[in-house]
Design a protein around this ligand. Sequence first.
Ligand SMILES: Nc1ncnc2c1ncn2[C@@H]1O[C@H](COP(=O)(O)OP(=O)(O)OP(=O)(O)O)[C@@H](O)[C@H]1O
Ligand SMILES: [Mg+2]
Length: 250
Amino acid sequence: MKKPKNNEDSIPQKPILSISKLHKRYNKGKSNEVHALQGVELTVREGDMMAIMGPSGCGKTTLLNMIGHLDRRSSGEIIIDGVDTSTLSDGQMTAFRRDNIGFIFQLFNLFPFLTAVEDVETPLLLKGINSRLAREQAKMMLRELGMGDRLYHMPTELSGGQQQRVAVARALINQPAIILGDEPTGDLDSTTSSDIMNLFRRINNSNRQTFVLVTHNRWIAEKCDYIVHMIDGKIIRKEDNPSARMEKEQ
Ligand SMILES: Nc1ncnc2c1ncn2[C@@H]1O[C@H](COP(=O)(O)OP(=O)(O)OP(=O)(O)O)[C@@H](O)[C@H]1O
Ligand SMILES: [Mg+2]
């Protein structure tokens, strides 16, 4: 079901993600320990579109992995949509992640033996949605991404940009509350990147889904409502981008 558009009449934005005192140490206790996150504090409100920027190695991917619960934190608190995720069992976390979080990574990791439409419908089938309906929805999403004539192609038969669009479609098909992107437009040309950013913006606007996007690209960051800057495992500054928000509210 579509959520109400974020306009002046709507209720104030509630936090969808709250992170406090988050630490991640790799190779804990060993001589080569890396303290990748050093007390991250971050609040993201429902419907926000946030960019994370910072130099290579500052902890951006690590932070996304923690938010997406793809890896364990060393310490700290993560609350998603009111749920303290440390209270969930592994099984509960898997279901929670499947229902609430979409991932778009630079290495698109498509299933090698599935066609585009089969790949995109997978999250719906896992959720128990009727296969005919899942197929229809997957086709619709791919068509919206300009992939209507590539529905039955295998990953090896698609260009990098097309593979990325399949990955985007798969992440969005479930309408997850939070979409995490690590260089989601990665190596794509500027036209395709711009199409994908516009699609994100449209979804963000109409469904109030929240986006957290890691990017090295200032142009992409400036399409977002806020830009968070990281250095050495910490968030050092949150930059407000009122022009993007104004554009969104129009
Ligand atoms: N599995 C791991 N084991 C040990 N160290 C790791 C591991 N993953 C990342 N690191 C280290 O943690 C630090 C943060 O890495 P991370 O991948 O989060 O950086 P990043 O900001 O995403 O960089 P980039 O912009 O290059 O992608 C780096 O110093 C990295 O070497
Ligand atoms: Mg990274």
